[in-house]
Design a protein around this ligand. Structure first.
Ligand SMILES: [Zn+2]
Length: 420
């Protein structure tokens, strides 16, 4: 339960009594809204600092990070035994005027300025929201009905507008990028929670790659042995065929003894060939059965998990291949719907990563602290988008970093890009 901390209002003595009344009202509002638990989320009353709209917003209670962390910093939470989407409701949007900000700043804005912005701040925010052209459906009545990406984009617009008021409009690129990246990670979290990949919780990239190989072997065990067998039998049959041809050419058949020897050999060849074909048929029967198993619920779940694990690791080509494999056959409707949702989240994630990169590019390279971390992050983000050339360009200078972990990470990321 969030309760506003009453801050001193000594510098605003004129407004003191009015402030106290407003805070009192706010406390009443908050106390009248018992948090309704909704799978680790609860509702809290929000008082919009721009137009005063009072709305109920969902907030995530759990902020544990036990679901692991992706190479670009995306964090996952665990609720019970299931992965949950980290920071899902961190950015809250007023359904009426679309003012958006991170939850922590909303509390701050309620506690200061009597819960309201100055007329100039309000004007700046409303104009920026209007100029941004970002629209939401007329019928939304709460923050969480507005798409995550829209909320985060709006928050960047609002923070920019407010920075004009305080004269701090430069040097905020990392912050704007982090807001967009957070929404990209939420999209990824939503992708991964489709079908529930709860068992894949890598502690770091190396551990993740190891776990991924394990998953891959599990999928492989459903499809490989018989198919390998068929292929080797096909090779032997081909070799037998060419051997037969050579023998036919090399043995002259001008007398009865030679002709007899040749017939004997031909019969032996035919016998071997027939046996090999029989073995191949049997292997094919097993392969068909394995293929059916692969398309069984268990097999499909495994393949979906493989795609989701590849998504977390940023293995773009592998992810695409798994999704392609999965879509090869007609899928039951619930699975095909889940897959369509997953692919939409992946698309959204990539668009948001590009937008975040737009801001990260503006962060000065070497002049500030953490410049190398930004380079590393950019490299990883480009890699995740499949733009390996740009990724390598970002990672290049990090081989000589004074920080060993940065060197090692850059090397590992480089090794994951096999082409381009
Ligand atoms: Zn509002």
């Amino acid at each position: 339960m969030t309760s506003p901390q009453l801050s001193a209002t000594a510098s605003h003595k004129r407004h003191r009594s009015r402030s106290l009344v407003l805070f009192g009202l706010l406390l009443i509002l908050l106390s009248q809204t018992p948090p309704k638990s909704e799978a680790g989320r609860s509702r809290v009353t929000i008082h919009c600092p721009v137009d005063g709209t009072v709305h109920l917003a969902l907030i995530t209670i759990s902020r544990n990070q036990s679901g692991g962390r992706d190479s670009d910093g995306c964090v996952y939470s665990i609720e019970g035994n299931a992965l949950t989407v980290h920071a899902l409701d961190d950015v809250i949007t007023c359904p009426s005027c679309l003012y958006s900000c991170q939850k922590r700043d909303l509390k701050k804005s309620i506690n200061k300025n009597e819960g309201q912005f100055s007329p100039r701040q309000k004007r700046l925010v409303l104009k920026a929201v209007k100029d941004s052209g970002i629209k939401v459906s007329q019928s939304v009545s709460n923050s969480e009905s507005i798409p995550v990406a829209t909320r985060h984009r709006l928050s960047v617009v609002c923070y920019k507008a407010l920075s004009e008021d305080t004269g701090q409009s430069t040097g905020q690129e990392r912050f704007y990028a982090s807001l967009l990246l957070q929404s990209a990670w939420i999209e990824r979290g939503l992708s991964v929670s489709q079908g529930g990949l709860s068992s894949f919780r890598p502690s770091d990239l190396k551990d993740g790659l190891k776990q991924y190989q394990g998953l891959k072997n599990e999928v492989g065990s459903l499809q490989h042995p018989s198919i390998r067998e068929i292929r080797s039998l096909e090779r032997v049959l081909q070799q037998l065929d060419s051997l037969q041809g050579r023998v036919n050419q090399q043995i002259p058949a001008h007398d009865a003894v030679e002709r007899f020897r040749k017939q004997e050999l031909e019969r032996a060849f035919l016998k071997i060939e027939a046996e090999l074909r029989q073995l191949k048929e049997e292997a094919k029967g097993r392969a068909d059965k394995a293929a059916a198993a692969l398309m069984s619920n268990e097999g499909r779940t495994l393949q979906l998990r493989l795609a989701q694990a590849a998504l977390r690791l940023g293995l773009r080509a592998e992810r695409e291949q798994s999704l392609k494999d999965l879509k090869r056959e007609t899928l039951p409707r619930p699975l095909s719907l889940a897959l369509a949702a997953l692919e939409q989240h992946i698309k959204n994630e990539e668009i948001l990563i590009r937008e975040a990169l737009g801001y990260l590019k503006q962060v000065p390279k070497s002049t500030e602290d953490g410049g190398e971390e930004v380079q590393l992050l950019k490299g990883d983000l480009w890699r995740r988008l499949g733009e390996n050339g740009k990724a390598r360009a970002c990672l290049k200078g990090l081989n000589s970093s004074k920080k060993l972990w940065i060197q090692q990470r850059a090397k590992l990321l480089n090794s994951l890009m096999k082409d381009g």
